[in-house]
Design a protein around this ligand. Structure first.
Ligand code: ADP
Ligand code: MG
Length: 329
């Protein structure tokens, strides 16, 4: 009998490059998803994809997930290796999340694969397993944000996630707000300066202790100018997430939009992970009547920008709404 699982993509509203130092983030799961239709019972994992070439055919204990071909099979193999399931599956994957655009189609694939393989546990446990799988598949030391919001999203809400405790709090998105995503350029975090940023945050923590506990004033006293800039971004961004949650709860979209713009400037100038095309898109969005604010979203160096706007203010881009997390369908 055919079974189905679905895992949404995500967009981060604010709290960028804070997850891997245990800070605060505020993403939402979006109404685009990756689905796997399958049946269980074989002693292999056999998956085709509507969206990517090749067929993935794996034993239940794949030896080296990062080396699997076709390359999208790395994500599947890493989840299989983490789960060590008793039996396999045969089926196919399809998605309407744009792939490689920064809306986390990779994490959606991981979470959908884990559910299809019969994962049992909490959303946090599911996210932790899939995060380990992403590391195993790509070698990029990404944070927990993507997998957790994909596992635990709540319809109509963004999730404020404390990436240290892994506590998450749904924050209602005001009905009169529209969230619009514009795709700017394909990117991959493999080979990007993402890993270098993670190392710079570790250098900041060696100087002043955990960034999640540090004030912007403490960060501003770091001697090395580059490490200082990165740390000032992270410490101010954590505060912006709290202020953004307050603004959403108060229905103050003007304040929420201004915080998004502040976040973008900090990512552009201090964290240096934006691009000229993303900066231009944010400027254009912010100059559009009815737009409260906009920023780059995701790891940067390409990907998407996200805007908070009055309904109908923007005619280009994807209007996204907040949906529940991954589920068996
Ligand atoms: P993002 O997660 O932002 O979309 P990534 O580069 O992290 O971008 O992940 C994209 C990769 O995930 C693809 O190159 C592919 O290997 C894999 N992937 C995502 N969705 C699918 C799918 N539906 N079928 C096959 N592979 C997929
Ligand atoms: Mg990804």
């Amino acid at each position: 009998m055919n079974r189905r699982v679905a895992a949404p993509g995500r967009v981060n509203l604010i709290g960028e490059h804070t997850d891997y130092t245990g800070g605060l983030v505020m993403p939402m799961a979006i109404d685009r998803s990756t689905r796997i239709t399958f049946h269980r019972g074989s002693d292999r994992v056999h998956l085709a994809s509507v969206d990517e070439p090749g067929v993935v055919d794996l034993p239940l204990a794949p030896a080296d997930p990062a080396a699997v071909q076709p390359s999208w099979g790395r994500y599947v193999a890493a989840v299989v290796a983490e789960m060590a399931p008793h039996d396999g599956l045969r089926g196919h994957v399809s998605t309407d999340i744009p792939i490689g655009a920064g809306l986390s189609s990779s994490a959606a694939l991981e979470v959908a694969t884990a559910l299809a393989l019969g994962f049992r546990g909490t959303a946090v446990e599911l996210a932790q397993l899939c995060r380990r799988a992403e590391h195993r598949a790509t070698g990029v030391p990404t944070g927990i944000m993507d997998q957790l919001v994909i596992a635990a999203g709540v319809r109509g809400h963004a999730l404020m996630i404390d990436c240290h405790t892994l506590d998450y709090t749904p924050v209602p998105i005001p009905r009169e707000a529209q969230i619009v995503v514009q795709f700017i350029a394909h990117r991959t975090l493999e080979g990007s300066p993402y890993t270098e940023r993670v190392a710079q945050c570790a250098a900041a923590e060696a100087a002043i202790g955990p960034l999640r506990l540090a004030t912007p004033e403490l960060a501003a006293a770091i001697a090395d100018p580059l490490v200082r800039s990165r740390a000032v971004h992270v410490t101010t961004e954590n505060r912006r997430v709290l202020s953004f949650a307050d603004a959403l709860r108060a229905g103050d979209l003007t304040a929420a939009g201004a915080l998004m713009v502040d976040s973008h400037r900090s990512l552009r100038d201090l964290y240096e992970c934006s691009t000229p095309a993303m900066d231009a898109a944010v400027d254009e969005l912010c100059a559009t009547p009815g737009v409260y604010g906009a920023r780059m979203t995701g790891g940067g160096f390409g990907g998407c920008v996200v805007a908070l706007a009055e309904p109908g203010a923007l005619t280009t881009g994807w209007v996204v709404s907040a949906v529940d997390g991954a589920h068996r369908a």
